[in-house]
Write a protein that binds this ligand. Structure first.
Ligand code: ZN
Length: 245
C-alpha cells in the first residue's frame, strides 16, 4: 500500500512540476514535454520518474545537456510527503472525503507555491488566492469555526509598525514599501491570524525566520540585505500549525 501511495505521489509530483514550469494549469494539460535547451520533445522513456533519469545518466538524449537535480529532489520529497499524509490518515482511521480532499489539495498547492517562490521569489496572484482558499477549506474541514478578528487587527498593527520602522531606517532614496514584505507574505500572515489566532501566527513567523536563516546559511548567502524565501517557509509552517498545533 505504501508503495502504491508513493507511486501515486510520483505521478502527481510530475504534474505539479509541469504546472510550475509552464506557468498555468491550462497549459499543463496538453503538449509533450520538451528539453529546456534544445526544445526537442523528450522521449517517453526518459519521462519515467527516477528510472528515466538513471537510463540517460541525467542528460538530455539529444543535446546532452545536464538535467537539473531539482526535478529529482522535488519528486522524491513530494512523494514521501504525499505517502506520509496518506499513511497518517490510514493510521488515524480517517476516511471522510471532506477531510481527505481539502488536506491533499492543500498539500499539493502548498508544495507548488513553495517551489515557485523558491525559484522566483514570487508567486502568481491566482495561485496564491487558490492556496488561501484551500487553506481555509482545510481549516474548516478539520473543525475550525472560530475566527480571530481582534487578533487579526493586532497582527495588522504589528506588521504596519515593523514596516514603518524598517521604512524610516532606510536611506531616503531607497524607501519603498513593496521592497520590505511581499504583498503575498502579508496576505498569508493575515489569513493565519484570522484562522489560527495571534499566538500560533507568531510561532509560524518565528519558525519561518529561523527556517529562512538556515536556508541562507545553507546557501552561504549570509549578508545583510539578502532576499529571503520567507513565503516558502511560512507556507510550510502555516500548514504544520494548522494540522498539529
Ligand atoms: Zn536537449
Amino acid at each position: 500500500m505504501l508503495v502504491l501511495w508513493f507511486l501515486s505521489g510520483v505521478i502527481l509530483s510530475e504534474y505539479i512540476q509541469l504546472i510550475s514550469d509552464r506557468g498555468s494549469f491550462l497549459n499543463s494539460l496538453w503538449g509533450r514535454s520538451k528539453c529546456d535547451e534544445c526544445q526537442k520533445e523528450i522521449p517517453w522513456v526518459s519521462l519515467i520518474p527516477f528510472i528515466g533519469r538513471f537510463l540517460n545518466g541525467g542528460r538530455c538524449v539529444y543535446c546532452n545537456k545536464k538535467i537539473s537535480l531539482k526535478y529529482f529532489w522535488f519528486e522524491l520529497l513530494f512523494s514521501l510527503g504525499w505517502a506520509g499524509i496518506l499513511y497518517g490518515f490510514w493510521y488515524l482511521g480517517v476516511t471522510s472525503f471532506w477531510i481527505l480532499a481539502p488536506t491533499l489539495l492543500l498539500y499539493c498547492a502548498t508544495i507548488l507555491l513553495m517551489y515557485e517562490d523558491y525559484k522566483n521569489y514570487s508567486v502568481p496572484v491566482t495561485w496564491l488566492i487558490s492556496w488561501l482558499c484551500f487553506y481555509a477549506l482545510s481549516w474548516w474541514s478539520i473543525g475550525g469555526r472560530k475566527m480571530y478578528l481582534s487578533d487579526t487587527l493586532l497582527m495588522l498593527g504589528v506588521l504596519a509598525l515593523s514596516l514603518l520602522i524598517v521604512y524610516f531606517k532606510r536611506p531616503k532614496k531607497n524607501r519603498s514599501i513593496s521592497s520590505l514584505f511581499g504583498t503575498a507574505d502579508i496576505l498569508v500572515l493575515v489569513q493565519f491570524a484570522l484562522l489560527l489566532g495571534f499566538q500560533k501566527t507568531t510561532w509560524v513567523l518565528v519558525f519561518s525566520m529561523i527556517g529562512a536563516f538556515f536556508f541562507l546559511l545553507w546557501q552561504k548567502r549570509l549578508e545583510v540585505g539578502q532576499r529571503l524565501p520567507l513565503l516558502t517557509v511560512m507556507l510550510l509552517w502555516g500548514v504544520i500549525a494548522l494540522w498539529f498545533l
